[in-house]
Design a protein around this ligand. Structure first.
Ligand code: BYC
Length: 474
């Protein structure tokens, strides 16, 4: 169904045919706009931003470009088209019809999953709200705002499900999604990473590379759900999500490129000399990478999880790309884990595969993360340097799961808390690293101009040149 832009809330779910639901969502809409005004991007609300908006969910219409003032962005409800032949793809009810309504026994669990997903979307906008004034170019400024408006739309996607399928409980949850705030001492966001401040653009690129990629894998798992409206919602969200990871991937690539240029100009890899020239030395980049990768690993939950086992058994949440597996019941297999033995060493344990579903998803995520590192390392290698960016071990700096609170080196070797404390500044951004990165954050607003710490992108947006006026600052 094409998207109806005549309604106050653009949608392709025939919202007009359900007056009660439409009214409830129209009631939530001003709350959302108020939240956007208060906690969305600070300032820039009157600027014309070159944004893409979906006019349909197919390949032709999902990205239509034009100048929009952010508060006028048409946030709406877009689900992929329904496949009448879709069947449950995994778990105990494998092969049966998917659900158009929620079976009563799964109501609370599905609500919890949808709320957790929904909570991350406004959280990320809140985390990024101060970045506008320090954008390294207006190309980057536009990308920030594109990401922000789409995260706002992803909130709409979850709020629609809450309103449409969960009655009064759902409406209350939708309100609470605007009441919790990133980093709030009393009402924080649900998942840890979404309470981390993002004060600089290096962190923003790391977040969009590593944390948005968790989004990709969680959405892929939910896109397998037997609850068909959730699956179709997530399928369309994934289309938009790809750009967010592109922003992180190319952002880090451009930082590496610029650093290599400076290393060549100065014929040195001395971090201090590189900093004196206003670029970001590779060891600092590695420390930021260690921070955001390890934080994002926690978002997959515990290695052994009875929650994950029951999501799978009940068909609520599958594995990303479930079709790639042969056995969709997964009841007889086991999964080998290396766990801390509580005495400074490790032990091997085989657990039922269903209980290891968080770890299965985390492993797919780690493999996906490696792709960008290979590309960035190729640049470093081509420039003739021996330094390589690496992903730390999945045991490193974990707060959630079996490795939570266990001190290890980036290679995953268990060490004492004292040893960790003594070497922490080698492995994670120190106060002085953060102060240096913050000192680089000066906004650049002339079209085509870039801050000195980042190379220009290879190409612009939607076939426009890099020096296109992506944001018309008033
Ligand atoms: N921080 O059995 P366990 C995105 C909780 S990102 C705090 O180990 P489970 C985006 C967990 O909730 C994708 N708490 O884990 C990216 C549970 O609490 P309850 C977001 C945590 O339940 C960028 C308890 O610990 N989507 O879209 O199997 C920008 C025991 O849990 C954390 C989703 O996450 C943590 N890191 O799975 C914008 C999908 N980890 O229920 C957007 C929905 C775990 O006992 N969520 N806990 O009170 C889920 O599928 C699952 O809830 C989780 C954890 C993957 C989060």
């Amino acid at each position: 169904m094409s998207i109806n832009y005549q309604d106050r809330i653009p949608n392709n779910v025939d919202l007009g045919s359900n007056r009660t639901l439409q009214r409830a969502l129209e009631h939530w809409q001003p709350e959302f706009l108020k939240w956007w005004e208060e906690l969305g991007p600070k300032d820039f609300q009157v600027a014309d931003v070159y944004l893409r908006t979906a006019t349909s969910v197919d390949a032709k219409g999902w990205a239509t470009y034009g100048y929009v003032r952010m508060p006028d962005y048409r946030w709406g409800i877009f689900l992929n088209d329904r496949d009448p032949n879709r069947r449950i793809g995994f778990g105990d009810s494998y092969g049966q019809d998917v659900w158009q309504q929620i079976p009563g026994e799964y109501r609370a669990t599905l609500r919890r999953l949808i709320v957790t997903q929904g909570d991350t979307e406004p959280a990320s906008v809140e985390q990024q709200r101060m970045l506008g004034h320090t954008a390294p170019s207006i190309y980057d400024l536009r990308n920030l705002f594109q990401v922000n408006v789409e995260e706002g739309r992803h909130l709409w996607a979850m709020v629609y499900l809450l309103h449409a399928y969960f009655g009064r409980d759902g409406r209350e949850e939708a309100e609470e999604l605007l009441e919790r705030h990133s980093g709030d001492a009393d009402k924080p966001r649900i998942l840890g990473t979404f309470n981390e401040p993002i004060r600089d653009w290096l962190s923003f690129f790391m977040f969009t590379y590593f944390t948005d990629r968790d989004g990709k894998f969680q959405l892929k798992s939910l896109a397998e759900s037997s609850f068909d409206p959730l699956a179709r919602t997530c399928q369309f969200m994934l289309t938009e999500e790809a750009h967010h990871m592109f922003v992180g991937d190319t952002g880090i690539n451009r930082v590496v490129k610029r650093t290599l240029e400076v290393m060549k100009e100065l014929s040195t890899d001395d971090p201090l000399a590189i900093r004196n020239a206003g670029a970001i030395d590779l060891p600092t980049l590695q420390r930021y990478l260690n921070f955001w990768f390890s934080s994002s690993l926690d978002l997959f939950g515990s290695e052994t999880s009875s929650n994950a086992a029951s999501y799978f058994a009940n068909g609520l949440k599958g594995r990303p790309d479930e079709a790639q597996y042969e056995d969709h019941i997964a009841i007889e297999q086991s999964y080998a884990l290396e766990l801390p033995d509580g005495q400074g060493g490790t032990k091997s344990e085989n657990i039922p595969l269903r209980n290891a579903m968080n770890e299965v998803t985390r492993s797919s995520y780690v493999r996906d993360c490696e792709i960008g590192l290979k590309r960035w390392n190729r640049l470093i290698e081509k420039a003739g340097h021996g330094f390589r960016l690496t992903l730390p071990s999945t045991r490193f700096r974990r707060s959630i799961g079996n490795w939570g609170g266990v001190s290890t080196t980036p290679k995953g070797q268990p060490i004492s808390a004292e040893q960790f404390g003594a070497r922490q500044n080698e492995w994670l951004p120190s106060d002085s690293d953060r102060a240096y990165i913050l000192s680089l954050m000066q906004g650049v607003s002339a079209p085509g101009k870039m801050a000195a710490w980042i190379a220009p992108p290879d190409r612009g947006i939607n076939n426009n040149p890099v020096d296109y006026e992506y944001v018309k600052l008033q």
